[in-house]
Design a protein around this ligand. Structure first.
Ligand code: NAG
Ligand code: NAG
Ligand code: NAG
Ligand code: NAG
Length: 383
């Protein structure tokens, strides 16, 4: 907890307001909705609620304030159940979009030095066709976007942006020192988790596949990875505190629940990606380990059912963009090195001019003045 003590940023909500949060949507009513939904729809895999992350959030918020009902049916990528949730919780949609976007950005950051860099093949969905195969990369993408939604929803509640939630009402941690106050306005991770679960999983739950089919395995895989992403956000959230008292004395502290920086969530999920478990369907239609010498995956581990392509050449059916034209590092022996990145095809060398801020000086008081330095650097690009 000590590490969080320095965090002082605390906007919105006053002390003691933790109890003023309005009611959660009843979980039962959401579940009931999902059952009403017709299961006969035909949706191509490539179009998904992730496409909400592609829209301009400002535009979206304007549209939602007007509260135009037809909007939910016009939004690309929503399943029937998600459209119903959209109608009921229109003010939430902007944050679903922001969450998806946060997830995508994190995915692109985590995979920036890899052959598969989390970019899209076709733009009907954010992630493109890669999602058609149940690979490790697909597992990561589902997890990180579900995590992004929990993150965005939890924060939106705390900031008072949503009509159905407010500050966190999490119980005071048992190990919090007795003279510290509990009750700053915390991120509402309970609500974020629950809404993200209803919304993100709706799409998987409303499709009915015959037991033992490939599609049913994909559904189980997606649900597992969605949950792993949500739990990662939940588990990494921590207590943050603020000092009061005579300057610097810190004789009094107020503490609340706070989301971890999303980079930490991305790092944790990347580790889960590296240790993801290969699964297959058993005769009873459950996912089981392909190699049972490994540990059974927990709810926080990622699982996949298809091997990954090597992502070396462009192949639309696997969602591989290929690595032609990608920058590589001539001296690195890792995935970003030219040998691995270019799949042995070789590379071209270019000289480019880079401009950077340099020789920065601090002037009293208070600004920093820099010069511009240009430098000619070698760049290497895969053939
Ligand atoms: C993909 O994006 C391009 C340019 O941004 C656009 O012209 C094209 O219509 C888009 N395709 C689809 C299927 O949305
Ligand atoms: C694309 O990948 C699929 C599945 O691995 C394979 O069957 C097909 O031959 C590939 N197509 C090309 C053009 O490489
Ligand atoms: C990912 O790789 C493709 C080519 O393989 C490239 O066009 C794209 O700019 C890359 N995206 C990012 C975010 O680096
Ligand atoms: C290339 O890789 C080497 C070794 O890993 C590293 O020291 C260097 O900073 C990298 N260069 C760039 C431009 O990323």
């Amino acid at each position: 907890m000590e590490k969080a003590l320095g965090i002082l940023v605390h906007q919105g909500g006053t002390l003691g307001s933790a109890g003023t949060a309005t009611a959660m949507p009843s979980k039962l009513s959401l579940v009931a909705l999902a059952i009403f939904v017709s299961v006969t729809q035909v949706v191509i895999e490539a179009s998904s609620w992730w496409s909400l992350g592609m829209n301009n959030p400002v535009q979206m918020s304007e549209v939602y304030i007007i509260g135009a009902q037809p909007l939910c049916s016009q939004l690309a990528g929503l399943s029937q159940g998600q459209k119903k949730l959209c109608h009921l919780y229109q003010d939430h949609m902007q944050y679903i979009g922001e969450g998806a976007k946060t997830g995508i950005k994190e995915c692109q950051y985590q995979f920036r030095h890899r052959r598969w860099n989390c970019s899209t093949v076709d733009n009907t969905s954010v992630f493109g066709r890669v999602m058609q195969i149940g690979s490790r990369e697909t597992a990561f993408t589902y997890a990180v976007s579900a995590a992004g939604v929990v993150n965005a929803m939890s924060r939106a509640c705390r900031e008072g942006e949503l009509s159905t939630c407010g500050c966190s009402r999490a119980a005071r941690p048992k190990d919090l020192p007795r003279d510290w106050l509990w009750g700053g306005c915390g991120d509402n991770i309970d609500y974020g988790y629950r809404f993200a679960k209803e919304f993100v999983d709706a799409r998987e739950r409303e499709r009915i596949h015959s037991k033992g089919s490939y599609e049913s395995a994909r559904t189980l895989m997606n649900l597992h990875n969605n949950e792993a992403g949500r739990r990662t956000v939940f588990n990494l959230a921590d207590v943050a505190c603020k000092c009061h008292g005579v300057s610097g004395s810190c004789s009094l502290k107020t503490c609340w629940l706070q989301l971890a920086d999303f980079r930490k969530v991305g790092d944790a999920l990347k580790e889960k990606y590296d240790s993801a478990a290969a699964m297959k369907l058993n005769s009873r239609g459950k996912l089981v380990l392909v190699n049972n010498r490994f540990n059974i995956p927990t709810t926080q581990d990622l699982v996949y059912i298809d091997p990954s392509p090597d992502y070396c050449v462009r192949n639309e059916s696997t969602g591989s963009l290929g690595t032609q034209g990608r920058l590589c590092n001539k001296t690195s022996e890792g995935m970003d090195g030219c040998e691995l990145m270019c799949c042995g095809r070789g590379y071209d060398q270019f000289k480019t001019v880079q401009t950077e801020r340099c020789h920065c000086k601090f002037h009293w008081c208070c600004y920093v003045k820099c010069k511009k330095c240009t430098e000619i650097v070698d760049q290497f690009v895969c053939k």
